[in-house]
Design a protein around this ligand. Structure first.
Ligand code: BGC
Length: 762
């Protein structure tokens, strides 16, 4: 096949065994089901209520029938079938593992089925909770053993969730259903079919609720996977990647979130998620389920703990033994408690984690958790010790091993006698409108109001020499160097290469630009992250995988790598070159509408998961496009809003996951955001793109805007954001070129990075 044929002709070539299609194949569906089971988190299980033991269940809650496999917006994946939790449970009935008390299901199905038939093609169909009469509940309780209630929450791109009943909090109908059902039944189990954190205080504290299983948005086979867990065909092994608290107001950013549409003050600074609850006075008791928490149907013991230090590397090994009655997996988590010092620190930070294989009853496995002490250096943005430096303050660094952030034991102490500078840089992305920030003792520190002005620098021409006769793109690296190839392009052609081109065939998200004359392909992109997003009207369907939060909750890097590879095979079969994923913004606030597309409140787990995804897809030559860089932490007014964040919080929390991902997995492209960062739109942010991403981290790939950004396109190019997507008005760029505000050298720099990326795709 010709070198770039996939992008030029989109050949319908199946890539599966013996000429079969991979997209949405039986094997892919099976793997999606397996993955979904690994992601669910068992939050409560009184007296071994789960797994069910051949019980007759009554299935309540609209979510059991109108089950959500994924979120809304560009992260929504269309499948050719609807399979809900009720279907999963019916499968188990067929296998003799439980039975279903149908009169309750009949009530829900009477609403669900006609609505689904009528709205077969309406992806936004989402039915509200039904009122169920006391009499129906009581008759069901008299005729079955256990009630299972599914609570569902939809969310998506373009809007944030609300701290209101029916969204973050349970609706009155849900509360009434839960209270009446759990009072009537001997046993009540709640399944959560949600994208992100919601208020669980009523469920956690209700003694009549025996079990809570958080199944997330689990992908196309999630209904079956959750039924596998319900009856114990699978054992839950997920752990939370976020903190669940007593109320929304308990979160440190709650007062600021959407207080002002056009800006967001990151006043809680580095104290995001568990860093806040574990550190600040009297906050621990506000946590219902801590970060890292999750139960199993079996029990484990950790023994033979040993710690060694080799220079800056600390390794902790431990043996995990399954001491219970069924096979299961355990996750060990390593935290570091740094000295408070002058800068102040979170009292615990996740530094490493590892998951066992499936351990049979009585079996053991040794796990090894390793990290570099330099990775938890603090960033001194105000110069309290050394300005613009990452540094380790002198004192004792306690290394803690545990099974969640709360349950840890000290296993090693690393002592530093003097302050140590790890990396020195210069002020970048300096805030000018963030007035104060939170400190570890709960007080606030006033921040200087800087009048910092960003400098766009100057670029040198690549200095290539055009060949006497035209040479096409497929010969780059063979008969011509990239530099000389680029010398053949006119200024206008260079400019055209920085502006996205219309999608065709299966591609609904536009292409990264090409050039007809020199046969540079337009490279089709596809959205994610829960799979390859195609329009349903194409008639071509793909597999929907568990959402990013769900995948991260598996704490299983290998699983996530393999899911990414499996999904990328579908991207390849559909002839995409770039999959617009993973998305790794921090769960700053539980209400951000796109949290389900992101991994966690913690940057380490976000970075590691993103790196696994990048590794999986790029092993198949599908380019990742890690997004949204950076601080896209709310959806309301995302095109205009200014994220105001200290340099320290930016580097230690919001950029850290990107940094880990870039350094560990070398993503070939990055997507900037819609929002501004400290007053400058991120695609125009030279400091962010050229200074930090490329300069400090050594990123070699290309940078794309998010779709239809409001940023100034001349600045975008000067800042080093190479591709403007999905397109833009060319005139201001041409004018800037004529006036010399934009130079050929600026464009050459972008095009070199764009074309280097394309060359990796074949
Ligand atoms: C989203 C991106 C997405 C892009 C293309 C934007 O609205 O923010 O995440 O990849 O659209 O669909």
């Amino acid at each position: 096949m010709e070198k770039f044929a996939r992008f030029k002709f989109m050949p319908p070539i199946p890539l599966g065994k013996e000429g079969t299609r991979i997209c949405d194949s039986k094997e892919q569906r099976l793997f999606s089901r397996e993955a979904a089971a690994e992601c669910a988190v068992l939050l409560k299980n009184e007296n071994g209520a789960l797994p069910l033991k051949n019980e007759k269940i009554a299935l309540f809650g609209m979510g059991a029938y109108d089950f959500l496999i994924c979120g809304r917006g560009s992260g929504e994946i269309y499948t050719c079938y609807h399979q809900n939790f009720y279907d999963g449970v019916k499968d188990k009935e067929q296998n003799g593992k439980l039975s279903v008390y149908e009169p309750i299901s009949d009530i829900y199905n009477a609403v669900y089925m006609p609505a689904r038939e009528k709205n077969q093609k309406d992806p936004n169909l989402y039915l509200q909770e039904l009122e169920i009469a006391d009499q129906d509940i009581n008759t069901a309780a008299a005729n079955s053993d256990t009630a299972v209630i599914v609570i569902s929450r939809v969310s998506g791109e373009g809007g944030d969730r609300k701290a209101e009943k029916g969204d973050y909090y349970l609706s009155d109908t849900e509360v009434s259903l839960v209270e009446r059902v759990s009072a009537a039944f001997k046993k009540t189990v709640v399944i959560l079919n949600v994208g992100a954190v919601l208020d669980l205080s009523l469920l956690a504290n209700n003694p009549n609720i025996s079990a809570i299983l958080c199944g997330w948005m689990p992908g196309s086979e999630g209904g079956k996977a959750l039924a596998d867990l319900l009856v114990g065909d699978k054992n839950p092994s997920g752990r939370l990647t976020d903190t669940f608290t007593v109320s929304y107001d308990a979160y440190p950013g709650a007062a600021q979130f959407n207080a002002d549409d056009l800006s967001l003050a990151y006043t809680e600074d580095i104290f995001v998620g568990y860093r806040y609850f574990e550190t600040l006075p009297n906050k621990k008791e506000q946590v219902i389920y801590p970060f890292g928490y999750g139960l199993s149907y079996t029990s484990f013991e950790t023994g033979n703990v040993a710690a060694t230090q080799d220079g800056d590397k600390i390794t902790v090994t431990a043996t995990v033994k399954n001491t219970g009655d069924c096979a299961g997996k355990q996750v060990l988590q390593l935290y570091c408690s740094a000295p408070q010092g002058v800068l102040g620190k979170p009292s615990k930070q996740l530094v490493a984690f590892a998951k066992t294989d499936l351990l049979a009853k009585g079996d053991s496995q040794e796990l090894s958790l390793c990290f570099d002490i330099k990775d938890i250096a603090s960033y001194d943005d105000l110069g309290k010790i050394e300005k613009s430096a990452y540094l380790l303050e002198k004192g004792d660094y306690e290394i803690l091993l545990g099974v969640n952030v709360r349950d840890t034991e000290s296993v090693y102490t690393y002592t530093l006698n003097d302050n140590r500078i790890v990396f020195k840089t210069v002020p970048r992305c300096v805030p000018s409108k963030l007035e104060k920030r939170l400190l570890a003792d709960g007080s606030f520190e006033a921040l200087p109001q800087s009048d910092y002005v960003m400098d766009y620098g100057k670029r040198e021409s690549l200095g290539g020499t055009a060949p006497a006769e035209q040479i096409n793109f497929d010969k780059v690296g063979e008969t011509i160097s990239l530099k000389d190839f680029i010398a053949q392009l006119t200024d206008e052609e260079l400019l055209d290469l920085t502006i996205g081109k219309e999608g065709f065939g299966l591609c609904n998200t536009a292409c990264f630009a090409g050039n007809k004359r020199l046969d540079i392909p337009n490279v089709p992109t596809a959205d994610g992250p829960a799979g390859i997003r195609l329009w349903p009207q194409t008639g071509c369907y793909t597999t929907c995988w568990p959402s990013a939060t769900a995948l991260a909750s598996s704490w299983d890097i290998d699983l996530v790598y393999n899911v990414s590879r499996a999904a990328a095979m579908e991207a390849k079969e559909c002839n995409f070159g770039i999959w617009l994923t993973p998305a790794l913004n921090i769960h700053k606030d539980p209400l951000c509408g796109r949290n389900f597309e992101y991994f966690s409140e913690d940057p380490l787990i976000s970075g590691k998961m993103a790196a696994a995804i990048v590794g999986g897809m790029q092993s198949l030559k599908i380019s990742a496009c890690i997004k949204h860089f950076a601080c896209n932490n709310k959806e309301k007014e995302r095109l205009k809003s200014d994220s105001r964040v200290s340099e320290r919080a930016l580097r230690e929390i919001y950029l850290k996951g990107f940094e880990i991902c870039v350094k560990e997995s070398d993503p070939w492209s990055v997507m900037t955001t819609y929002n501004k960062l400290n007053g400058t739109y991120t695609p125009e942010n030279y400091d962010l793109i050229t200074g930090i991403l490329r300069g400090e981290w050594g990123f070699k790939g290309m940078v794309s805007t998010d779709w239809d950004t409001l940023s100034n396109k001349v600045n975008v190019i000067k800042a080093g954001n190479d591709m403007i997507m999905p397109s833009c008005d060319k005139r201001p760029l041409c004018e800037a070129l004529e006036k010399g505000e934009l130079t050929r050298a600026d464009l050459e720099a972008c095009v070199e990075r764009i074309l280097s990326t394309y060359l990796k795709l074949v």
